[in-house]
Structure formats: C-alpha cells, structure tokens
Ligand binder design. Structure first.
Ligand code: MLT
Length: 316
C-alpha cells in the first residue's frame, strides 16, 4: 500500500504542493539570482507548480546544503548550489553530509565567471596599479567573501596566492551584504561572480581589475578587463558552476520530472537572456543530465582538492 502511495505520489508530482528551492546564501547574491531565474523558468514545465526560494545561509553554504541532505526525499525540497559542492569536501573537515552520496544530482545549470573588484575609493585604476597598492598595504587589506566553502572564498584564496600576499578575510552570509560593504568602503577587495558584479561595475559603484575566465568576456561592461592569466597568474582560472540537487532516495520518476523541467528551463529564451546578460553561460552539454552532472562534480572535487590542500586552508 505504501509503495503504491509512493508511486502515485511520484506520478502526480508536483501536483498542487509547493516546491522549495534552497539557496545556501543570502537573498540578492549570485546564487540567489540563479535560483530565482531558474525557479521562474521551471514553474511552467512543472505544471504551473509554485516554486519558492528559501535562503538558508551560513557556514560557507554548508548549512543550506545540509538542510536539503536531511530533507524528505520526495522532490519538494531541492538545493541550488555551486562549486562549493566540490570544494567543501576538502575545505570543511567535519562536514555534516557527503556530497557524493547524500544527494541525487538533477542536472547542471550554468557556468559563471568571476571578477576581481575593489571599493570605489581604492586608488588603483588597473591591475598593475592594484598589485602595487596591495604590496604597499600588506597586513592592512580586508577581503570580503561568503565564508569558507564559498566561491568568493575560493577565488580570494587563489588571488592571495597569485599575489603572494595574505589578506584579512571578512566573511558574510552571502556576497550581497559583502557587496554593500565593498561599495561603502568598509572592505577593500573581493572576487565575486559576474551575476552579482556586472551591474555594480557598469554603475561604477565598484572598481574592476580582471576576470577569472580563460578568455576575456564579451559583456560590454567587462570586455576590457584582462584575464588573470593575461596579467601573469598563469594557472588562475575559476568558473563557478551551479547545479540542482535533491535528497538521496528521491524516487526516480520524480527526478526524471525535475530533470525534464530543468532541460526545458535551460532552453527558455527568457532564462538564457537573464543569465547571459550578466556573463553567465547556460549549460548546453551532457552536464544537464544527472550522470553528466555527477561526473563533473567528481572531476571538480579531484581538481580542487590538491589546490586547497596545497594552500593549507580548511575549517574543522
Ligand atoms: C559565493 O559562494 O560567494 C556565493 O556565490 C555568494 C552568494 O551567492 O551570495
């Protein structure tokens, strides 16, 4: 009887029940931006379901991820997370969940480049001048991020390595509040995703110095920014992928419905326009399939683990 009920539930999914998309950072930041755009684009293919975003922030994204890992495996609680799923296993020693076995991988959503930005009053006007300023202010520089495990933390770590200068990390529950403090001059520098920085760079509310993509970007406000590799950080290339996850054990028919809806969303012109308007690139390859998503995250874990270990960065 229980199995029959489960199958009926899966067949009717999502019905009139609300689907919750957990974002492990504060509202208004880059992860939240992707989630709200995606929720909008998945509503129709999910039969007009109500898809709400729940910002469960903190601990570099692991609080929100853990909330979904422990949620009922019925498809009504999903996680939208990024590269943190590949860096947390190495960065966070007592992580309360297993990235590779506590989740079902629904599919990948996009790839987002990052930008090295500064408070508007910082006197450097190009990357070379930024390096001089950093060297002249060693020991006094505040670098904003969204906690150990966040994309901004990973990029900030690589940036400090590239310059050979240690900075004071100022963690926030997301890079939306960090951006507010950066624009206000409370912190000096940050490395954040173009989904959160493009508008502020265009409005000249922050200064921008470089992009972390292997090639220059075409977004008008970002096209003149050099890549970190151009300015001499030869191994510096960071792209932030966002993926959709459900708790382990979510029924296969439900996962198929979610993946079908995701693939419709990824082809939605409105969704693509919103994403590409801020430098994000919507996934069009096998990574939109659960197997491709899972394989990609495993490869990213293998890629970043030695880099993080070499930096000696972790939290207990
Ligand atoms: C990060 O990892 O830096 C997050 O993207 C921050 C956020 O989404 O607020």
């Amino acid at each position: 009887l229980a199995v029959a009920a489960l199958c009926a539930g899966a067949r009717d999914f999502p019905g009139s029940k609300t689907v919750t998309l957990v974002v492990p950072f504060t509202a208004g930041g880059p992860t939240d931006r992707v989630a709200r755009d995606l929720a909008e684009a998945m509503r129709k293919p999910l039969g007009g379901a109500v898809v709400v975003v729940d910002n469960a922030a903190g601990a570099g994204g692991s609080i929100g991820a853990n909330k979904v890992a422990k949620a009922p495996a019925d498809g009504y609680t999903l996680l939208l997370h990024h590269i943190g799923m590949a860096t947390m296993p190495t960065l966070v020693r007592n992580i309360p969940f297993k990235v590779e076995s506590d989740f079902e991988y629904v599919g990948l959503v996009n790839d987002v480049p990052m930008t090295v930005i500064a408070k508007p009053a910082l006197p450097a006007n190009n990357y070379r001048e930024l390096v001089s300023w950093v060297n002249a202010n060693k020991g006094k520089i505040n670098l904003g991020n969204a906690g150990v495990g966040s994309a901004s933390h990973l990029c900030g770590m690589l940036f400090q390595q590239a310059l050979g200068v240690e900075m004071t990390a100022v963690p926030y529950k997301g890079t939306a509040p960090a951006m507010t403090d950066l624009m206000g001059g409370q912190i000096d520098l940050m490395c954040d995703q173009t989904t959160n920085t493009t508008g502020q760079i265009e409005a000249k509310k922050v200064k921008a110095y470089a992009v972390t993509s292997p090639k220059r970007l075409t977004t008008p406000a970002l096209k003149d920014l050099p890549t970190m590799q151009e300015v001499g950080a030869k191994d510096f290339s960071v792209s932030i992928f966002h993926g959709l996850y459900a708790p382990k054990g979510t029924p296969a028919p439900v996962l198929k419905k979610l993946n079908d809806a995701l693939k419709v969303a990824l082809k939605d012109p409105e969704f693509i326009k919103k994403q590409e308007g801020t430098g994000a690139v919507v996934v069009t390859d096998q990574r939109m399939e659960p197997a491709g998503h899972k394989a990609f995250v495993a490869a990213e874990i293998a890629k970043w683990s030695p880099v993080i270990k070499a930096a000696g960065v972790y939290v207990d």
